[in-house]
Design a protein around this ligand. Structure first.
Ligand SMILES: C[S@@+](CC[C@H](N)C(=O)[O-])C[C@H]1O[C@@H](n2cnc3c(N)ncnc32)[C@H](O)[C@@H]1O
Length: 320
């Protein structure tokens, strides 16, 4: 397994360089800062800059059960690649680029980014990093760590590109999350994000009625319940989508993706995963197009494009 170049990481406290302590190796051990003395453990080849006991633990749970479900290499389709390309407009060859991927989950987009030849720094707050490592840890150009968007182990302004898909709505303060990401972009570099859209239709979704209860439920019990109910409800959800498109899909309390061309078995797994992903997270804070545009402008980005995309609002801009 790769993921062994730790030279880019900095102490969360003083931003000084880290080094491996005596008796440590790239798989298990500690990174130490000679200036502030802070220590960061490496477990299973992954440096850990946060404790795993945090608000994102439901994601660690789901991504380790559904490690492969959404990977293009598993489905045989280009669903993740198409979403990434539509949002970023980046070319297929990104060699010599330093990319930061925030909130990578099981690594469906990490896989696509790695194929461009870029140096990819990818992280998640939860134990989803374990799943990503199993999926993508063989790639020489992956630098994977467990970390928090609000305190990343880098000197600011060093990344050519920063990407954050499907994450911002799941953080406690989306505007601060955006700012934190924006700070990592070098002058002239790009930031691309997507976030759930807030509109009247969003408010009418079942999840916002049920989430006050489900987000507090025991995650294992909730997952068990969802994995039993989803296969029973799939036929109705499919009919609703066929009859009334996206509006029909929103009438259903579960999500399903038969329209993407998935096989019935993968569609069922994906429906279980995304239905759990809808009801279990601590935070679900969708944003309007205007808010996202405002974030980019206040952070002094130029060439800003904000539009509706695959998974809500997609925003892209270049740092001055
Ligand atoms: C819906 S998942 C999306 C994962 C991946 N981007 C994808 O689209 O498949 C949201 C991810 O954001 C991560 N996340 C939430 N808050 C975070 C934070 N403060 N720092 C880093 N990751 C965070 C969660 O752990 C979770 O894996």
């Amino acid at each position: 397994m790769e993921n062994s170049d730790f030279t880019s990481y900095r102490s969360l406290c003083c931003r000084s360089k880290l080094h491996l302590t005596e008796h440590s190796d790239e798989c298990n051990g500690q990174l130490c800062c000679s200036k502030c003395g802070n220590l960061y453990v490496i477990v299973n080849s992954i440096p850990r800059f946060v404790s795993s006991d945090n608000y994102a633990h439901s994601f660690g749970y789901q991504w380790n059960i559904h490690r492969k479900t959404q990977l293009d290499s598993f489905t045989g389709l280009n669903i993740s690649k198409d979403r990434l390309t539509a949002g970023t407009q980046w070319p297929d060859d990104l060699r010599n680029q330093r990319i930061l991927e925030a909130g990578s989950g099981a690594g469906r987009f990490t896989e696509v980014l790695l194929a461009t030849g870029a140096d990819v720094f990818s992280f998640d707050y939860s134990l989803a990093v374990e799943a990503n490592f199993l999926n993508n840890g063989h790639s020489k150009n992956l630098h994977l760590f467990q970390g928090d968007i609000y305190n990343m182990p880098f000197v600011e302004g060093t990344f050519d590109k920063v990407i954050c898909f499907g994450v911002i709505q799941h953080t406690p303060d989306p505007a601060q999350t955006f700012l934190s990401l924006a700070k990592q972009v070098r002058p002239g570099g790009e930031l691309v994000i997507d976030v759930y859209r807030h509109d009247i239709w969003a408010c009418l979704q079942w999840k916002y009625l049920l989430r006050p209860f489900t987000k507090r439920a025991d995650k294992k019990k909730l997952y068990k319940l969802i994995s039993r109910l989803v296969p029973l409800m799939l036929p109705v959800a499919r009919i609703l989508r066929k009859l009334a498109g996206r509006v029909g899909a929103r009438l259903s309390p579960i999500v399903e993706y038969s329209h993407l061309g998935l096989s019935p078995a993968v569609n069922r797994d994906w429906a279980v995963l995304d239905t759990f992903d809808m009801y279990s997270p601590e935070y679900d804070l969708p944003q309007t197009l205007a808010t996202v545009k405002d974030w980019f402008e206040k952070a002094e980005f130029v060439d800003v494009v904000v539009k509706n995309g695959f998974n809500g609002v997609v925003g892209k801009g270049r740092k001055t």
